[in-house]
Write a new protein. Structure first.
Length: 505
């Protein structure tokens, strides 16, 4: 039901989908871990122990699996409807701010990566007001030019979101500590790849090559629908799509993130884009869509954030070695051995807060019905489409089936910034815009339909259905912008995520 023109994504997701996830298949689950920011000032950073063993001493900074609490999302049942069913408007990030605020997830067309489109949840709580005359602010709350956040408690709680944009080096280690054994009650999952890899926080000099520039551990699992069993099939470490610290430096800013959070004007810190390498044995199956049965996946990925405090120092103090041949790096100012120690071993995955059972669906063109399942995009790719000024490795030349595409984030109705006005002629505007751009030479247009953020009684589907499906594709995108305030204090999260989804897909 409508309420002030708004409706939750959970309500919108209850569309009947043919096929989809069966009751036996894994359910998308968030395991939330308590965050104690008071330990961030301790050097080296205290470990988070697996405290299921009674002989392990308890401490205020040591979190355990027994402190985890899970939230299941059984309404995610369809690969085709994944962007509309993913828990975005009421995310578990509000309980565990180290979890990425995911808006979209999909595999690359070559099956090598699973791509994530996430947003910075902290930016949603940045509205400001003047400090009252004589007002005493709570401890930890800092004013900026006599202004303070409207929701300074939430802004403070969300500080871990900034850390997710910063790389952390890790090194694989052998763990023989008896306190790190898996004595939990968590149901054991079979594995075809041996023991779970363990990591410690490291310096760039000590880090493994694939652990030099990461933030998440990725665990892959396969579901056998006949035996109804789940098996671990691989692990990898995440990779960033861009270097946010380097971007901040090139923009001329002193800090990638700040304690106080008065940084909404740094727009590049709104979109968290990262990917997980898919195990090699599964890449062809993902590329051809063979892991999807009746519109739901049998291959899943778990995302485990590596939990370190945000670095509020200048980015140049911890640039990766690849930048060190230039004059950009300030040496030995952020010392990981001092900040984290040399024996900060990360907890086992099942003792860590995480996203679990994220479905790995088909590549985008198959999901949208523009290519048949089982087809190789390279066999449909247009010839001589690459820019002569861009050099790609032979096996990484992009494959495309359209010369020029466009995307739009649109709605039947919407409110302008600060809710000043209600615009209700979205259908007329979209029809005119589609006609014009198709006549102008665009081969295909993707419409991110945001109508579900305002109403559950209408959408742009009837307008889009006026055009051939090989020209216009509708993507149900009901997630709301999390803040509609004026100027830099607003956060157009839904719009930014749709833009990134379009470009990356």
């Amino acid at each position: 039901e409508e309420s002030d023109g708004q409706v939750s994504s959970i309500t919108m997701s209850q569309t009947v989908i043919e096929g989809g996830r069966t009751p036996q298949m894994p359910i998308l689950t968030a395991y939330c871990e308590p965050v104690n920011q008071t330990t961030w000032s301790i050097k080296p950073l205290p470990r988070r122990y697996n405290t299921q063993s009674s002989s392990q001493p308890q401490s205020s900074e040591a979190e355990s699996q027994s402190n985890l609490f899970s939230i299941q999302y059984p309404h995610l049942t369809s690969c085709k409807a994944l962007p509309s069913q993913f828990p975005i408007d009421t995310p578990p990030v509000d309980l565990d701010p180290f979890l990425p605020w995911i808006h979209d997830v999909f595999p690359s067309s070559d099956g090598k990566y699973i791509q994530f489109i996430a947003q910075n949840r902290r930016r949603c709580f940045n509205g400001q007001r003047r400090v009252y005359n004589g007002e005493r602010l709570p401890q930890g709350v800092v004013a900026h030019k006599n202004y303070v956040h409207l929701e300074y408690g939430k802004n403070y709680f969300m500080r871990p979101q900034a850390a997710l944009f910063q790389h952390v080096p890790v090194k694989k280690v052998e763990v023989s500590d008896e306190h790190d054994d898996d004595s939990s009650n968590h149901e054991k999952i079979a594995s075809t790849v041996g023991e779970e890899p363990r990591y410690r926080l490291a310096s760039h000099e000590d880090a493994d090559p694939d652990g030099m520039d990461t933030r998440f551990i990725c665990r892959f699992k396969s579901f056998d629908p006949d035996a109804t069993t789940l098996t671990i099939v691989g692990y990898s470490l995440s990779e960033f799509e861009l270097d946010y610290d380097f971007h901040t430096y090139r923009k001329g800013y002193l800090h990638t993130a700040t304690h106080e959070g008065y940084d909404n004007h740094m727009i590049w810190m709104s979109q968290l884009l990262f990917k997980c390498p898919i195990p090699e044995d599964w890449r062809d199956k993902v590329k051809l869509g063979d892991t999807v049965i009746n519109d739901y996946s049998t291959l899943y990925v778990d995302i485990i954030p590596i939990r370190t405090p945000p670095r509020y120092t200048p980015p140049r103090e911890f640039f990766q070695p690849k930048y060190r041949n230039s004059k950009m790096t300030l040496e030995n100012l952020f010392l990981p051995d001092d900040e984290w120690g040399k024996d900060h071993i990360l907890p086992k995955i099942d003792h860590s807060g995480r996203w679990e059972n994220i479905p790995i669906c088909m590549p985008s063109l198959m999901t949208h019905g523009l290519l048949p399942k089982g087809s190789d995009i390279r066999s449909h790719s247009l010839p001589d489409h690459t820019d002569n000024h861009v050099a790609f490795p032979p096996d990484e030349t992009p494959s495309v089936i359209h010369e020029v595409i466009a995307c739009t984030w649109a709605s039947t109705t919407f409110k302008t910034r600060s809710n000043r006005a209600q615009v209700g002629d979205g259908k007329r505007r979209l029809k005119e815009w589609l006609e014009f751009n198709l006549l102008s030479g665009f081969n295909h247009i993707y419409v991110y339909d945001n109508s579900g953020a305002f109403t559950n009684r209408d959408s742009l589907a009837d307008v889009i259905d006026l055009f051939p499906p090989e020209q216009v594709t509708r993507i149900d995108w009901p997630c709301k912008i999390c803040s509609n305030r004026d100027g830099n204090e607003g956060e157009r999260s839904s719009q930014y995520a749709a833009e990134s989804s379009c470009r990356m897909r």
